[in-house]
Design a protein around this ligand. Structure first.
Ligand SMILES: NC(=O)c1ccc[n+]([C@@H]2O[C@H](COP(=O)([O-])OP(=O)(O)OC[C@H]3O[C@@H](n4cnc5c(N)ncnc54)[C@H](O)[C@@H]3O)[C@@H](O)[C@H]2O)c1
Length: 357
């Protein structure tokens, strides 16, 4: 096998290839979408469309929306007419609109499934119609989740079996709906040649995150000197992937032909810790005097989740470069600069639940 050049060089090549194109991001006002939009729109020749209903909003009143090559379309992915309008002219479509965050998923499982299933069906149908009308659709990237691997997932690869949790446990509605969309995206490639790819992000963190991710909660609490609340004994294990590495992975998936019709784990297996260790690291790195408190939590949880990323390494040249210590330091520095550490959508007294992801 030929040796791929270093990830950064490949990412640079990817950005050059995207020059002059139009990129539509559903869910583009969220954490990952807005960060990708910022990276893409640094190139003034790339037009970026953010299609989002602002359920989460990391873009209003930010410099991103003042860029002439970034446009926000406020719309719901469940509305096919709006999706048709919003995706018009895009060569690259990244579909990440979703109810993300275990808290909201458990409260609104029907909405979670609707957004995932109807939204993805709409995006794929519209992209297919665009293609049939002779428009150049270069890529449609569907966002799945690492939750498809279930409660115990050590070094899981893309070809490993996915697991479906028990019916009646609201948490698994997110994974089951995402898995269905992944099959759907793959089948649009197989049956119609629509150039789809599915992504399974493994616990992404960094500046601009919203919702109920553990790092988002822990950092804000640590900076406020409030106790960090861990579920049960905090022995759950996760691999944490810094947002910049995620964006590099996406840029590679957008342009490399080897990605077509495939699913990819995007994560950082080297940054694997227990939730307890994560909380300790955040307290130490933020110089906080916060205590740690343990809360009994009797809902299904993912106990262990570590990705195998060999497929992304081999086919894309993807390599996560930011280790946990460095990523946490950057994240804490960003939160410190925020004028007010606001509590967004925190509906359960600030109890930090490890994100679905
Ligand atoms: N962050 C992670 O660790 C992680 C892990 C696994 C999977 N994912 C997936 O990656 C994608 C992006 O996640 P994120 O962390 O940026 O989450 P996010 O919540 O910040 O972004 C999701 C966006 O989707 C939008 N949205 C929700 N319902 C919508 C609707 N009906 N119509 C239009 N827009 C709607 C929200 O307003 C939000 O801006 C999601 O599909 C998520 O499921 C993320």
């Amino acid at each position: 096998m030929t040796q791929l050049p270093a990830t950064k060089a490949l990412v640079q090549q990817a950005l050059s290839r995207l020059s002059g194109s139009t990129v539509a991001i559903t869910g583009g006002a969220g954490f990952i979408g807005s960060t990708l939009a910022a990276r893409l729109s640094d190139d003034p020749t790339i037009q970026v469309i953010l299609l989002d209903n602002l359920h989460h909003d990391a873009v209003t009143d930010t410099p991103l929306l003042r860029r002439p090559n970034v446009r926000l379309v406020r719309a719901d992915v469940r509305d096919k007419v709006a999706v048709t309008e919003g995706l018009r002219g895009a060569q690259y479509i990244l579909h990440m609109a979703s109810i993300a965050g275990v808290d909201t998923v458990m409260k609104m499982p029907v909405l979670t499934m609707q957004v995932s299933l109807q939204g993805t069906m709409n995006v794929l149908e519209v992209a297919h119609e665009m293609q049939q009308a002779g428009q150049a659709v270069e890529r449609v990237i569907d966002f799945s989740t690492s939750e498809v691997f279930g409660r115990y997932a050590f070094n899981v690869g893309e070809a490993d079996a996915t697991l479906l949790g028990a019916v009646g446990e609201a948490r698994w509605t997110y994974a089951v709906a995402k898995l269905a969309t992944e099959h759907l995206a793959c089948n649009y490639w197989k049956q119609y040649g629509l150039p789809t790819v599915a992504i399974r992000p493994f616990n992404i963190y960094g500046p601009h995150q919203m919702g109920t991710g553990a790092i988002h909660h822990f950092v804000r609490r640590a900076l406020r000197g409030e106790p960090l609340i861990l579920h049960n004994d905090g022995s759950q294990i996760r691999s944490w992937c810094y947002i910049d590495d995620m964006i590099d992975g996406l840029l590679l998936v957008m342009v490399r032909k080897e990605a077509l019709g495939q699913s990819f784990n995007i994560g950082n297996p080297r940054s694997t810790v227990t939730i307890h260790q994560l909380a300790r690291d955040i307290i130490r790195l933020s110089g906080s005097s916060s205590a740690m408190e343990h809360l009994e939590w009797n809902f299904p949880d993912v106990e262990l989740r570590v990705p195998d990323i060999r497929k992304a390494r081999t086919l894309l040249g993807y390599e996560p470069l930011v280790d946990l210590e460095e990523g946490l330091a950057r994240t804490i520095a960003w939160y410190r600069q925020q004028p007010v550490i606001t509590v967004v959508n925190e509906t359960h007294g600030g109890d930090p639940r490890p994100n679905v992801g």
